[in-house]
Design a protein around this ligand. Structure first.
Ligand SMILES: Cc1cc2nc3c(=O)[nH]c(=O)nc-3n(C[C@H](O)[C@H](O)[C@H](O)COP(=O)(O)OP(=O)(O)OC[C@H]3O[C@@H](n4cnc5c(N)ncnc54)[C@H](O)[C@@H]3O)c2cc1C
Length: 430
């Protein structure tokens, strides 16, 4: 069986705002990934790997070759006692849920779509919402990756550890690695005993939301909301009917896996907004039919109201024609160097622009409105940060860069987008 296939392609991401024309390589085994990284490093060319292409930024684009992992995917093994699962890196989230469920386990937290690969989702810090829940990357306990010399390495909490007993620097760099440390082939995820979710969603007034969000947050597993500037917003974005200047509030409460409706063969029952079912079937609730362009910034948890109100004011005064909802979600802090939750609890605020319209001006205005609140960008969503702002927003950037240099000494995984943003010199030019 051939383990490497080469061709020439035009690749586009999901939103079709990022395109790459050039060499495409499919690799089916870890050995073939090692061989092609070695050959790219030797020739001074570059390779990057694509997941499901659900990022909006030029974060996938390689200098030379775009790699797609093929070969076996799915859950490799589980350790029920430790609550951990080993998963092939290019497995899509929607494949992981049912495979874990069969083994009595569930992912701790998910976002509102499940099309991403587990490696791609972790690499950019993809997250859902919940005051006590971290991002998908924060649940990564180990990684197997092919580094820039073509060596297959395993990183766990003890790798790169200094004198104390905290999680080692290499895992803290590798969890949100932006594809810069290597090609991840497998990863270990902290999961938990399988659980169901019951939705209790409703349209609420803004004042009620501002008064009650904090207390509600602590009572449910997942709490998030969409503020709708217009009554047309819910129609356009597939939300249940929500009047102008009100919020569609989403609450997910944990229910036991053996609850009759959760355990039923279909796995989920009820109408959208009041469903009850297996966690992996209830988290994703977004209709994947109308491509858009999204910006999402994470602000310190205690500043979310001011930050949210500044976007609302901007939209009402300067962009009354924009229909975008403002989605508000909560995340717990972690210690990954490039995580938007690095050592701080966050609230994420996101807006979308019309992919086929002039979204740039609106999203840039939202960026300006949020900058006074010390935001951090989502690496996979459109943002307007420059290198100085990135350095300021991510205080552990230099620690990340030190680890990156060890894993990719010749810069085989660099691309111009990330080199510019993270201020990484090109070793081939020195
Ligand atoms: C419709 C939609 C809904 C979304 N919902 C959410 C949400 O609810 N929450 C949220 O936080 N984000 C969300 N996102 C953003 C999305 O989760 C991230 O951009 C994520 O990184 C996409 O995963 P992917 O598999 O498509 O990876 P890609 O976009 O293909 O790649 C992302 C990065 O991961 C790297 N990568 C991929 N595979 C590997 C590997 N094997 N080894 C090393 N590096 C690798 C790539 O090189 C690239 O740098 C959404 C995006 C869309 C389009």
């Amino acid at each position: 069986m051939a383990t490497v296939r080469k061709s020439s392609i035009t690749w586009s991401n999901w939103a079709e705002n990022q395109n790459f024309e050039g060499a495409a390589i499919e690799a089916a085994t870890e050995e073939s990934v090692q061989a092609l990284v070695r050959s790219h490093a030797r020739s001074g060319s570059g390779v990057r790997v694509a997941g499901s292409g659900h990022s909006f930024t030029p974060i996938v684009a390689p200098r030379t070759s775009l790699l797609k992992l093929t070969g076996p995917c799915g859950v490799i093994s589980v350790d029920v006692e430790k609550g951990q699962a080993q998963i092939w890196a290019h497995t899509a989230l929607h494949q992981i849920g049912p495979a874990l469920w069969e083994r009595g386990l569930s992912i701790r937290n998910q976002g509102d779509t499940d099309a991403q690969t587990i490696a791609g989702a972790a690499a950019t810090g993809t997250k859902g919402s919940g005051a006590r829940l971290g991002s998908i990357s924060s649940a990564v306990v180990d990684l197997a990756l092919v580094d820039g010399t073509g060596t297959l390495r395993t990183i766990d909490a003890r790798t790169g550890i200094a004198s104390d007993d905290r999680t080692g620097a290499d895992l803290r760099a590798g969890r949100v690695g932006l594809g810069l440390l290597g090609i991840v082939t497998r990863l270990g995820l902290q999961v938990e005993a399988s659980y169901g979710l019951a939705e209790h969603n409703s349209a609420e007034t803004l004042n009620d939301v501002l008064d009650n969000a904090e207390s509600e947050l602590s009572q449910v597993r997942h709490y998030s909301l969409f503020w709708c500037p217009s009554s047309e917003t819910s129609v356009r974005f597939g939300l249940p009917p929500t009047p102008a200047d009100r919020c569609w509030v989403k609450r997910l409460e944990t229910v036991p896996a053996d609850h009759a409706w959760v355990a039923a063969t279909s796995g989920v029952s009820g109408q959208p907004g009041s469903r009850i079912g297996r966690s992996y079937l209830v988290y994703p609730d977004w209709a994947d039919n109308q491509p858009f362009i999204e910006l999402e910034y994470m602000v310190p948890g205690n500043r979310w109201k001011e930050a949210f109100l500044s976007i609302r004011e901007l939209m009402r005064s300067s962009y009354p024609e924009e229909l975008s909802p403002v989605q508000v979600r909560w995340q717990a802090q972690d210690d990954s160097f490039l995580s938007a939750q690095y050592l701080r609890d966050t609230v994420s605020l996101s807006v979308v622009g019309d992919r086929d319209g002039d979204y740039d001006q609106f999203l840039r205005a939202v960026h300006e409105a949020l900058m006074p609140f010390s935001p951090r960008p989502h690496w996979g969503k459109v943002h307007y940060f420059d290198a100085t702002q990135v350095k300021h927003a991510f205080p552990a950037l230099d620690q990340f860069k030190t680890v990156r240099e060890r894993y990719d000494p010749t810069g085989v995984f660099l691309n111009s987008h990330l080199q510019g943003l993270l201020t990484i010199d090109d070793p081939r030019e020195s």
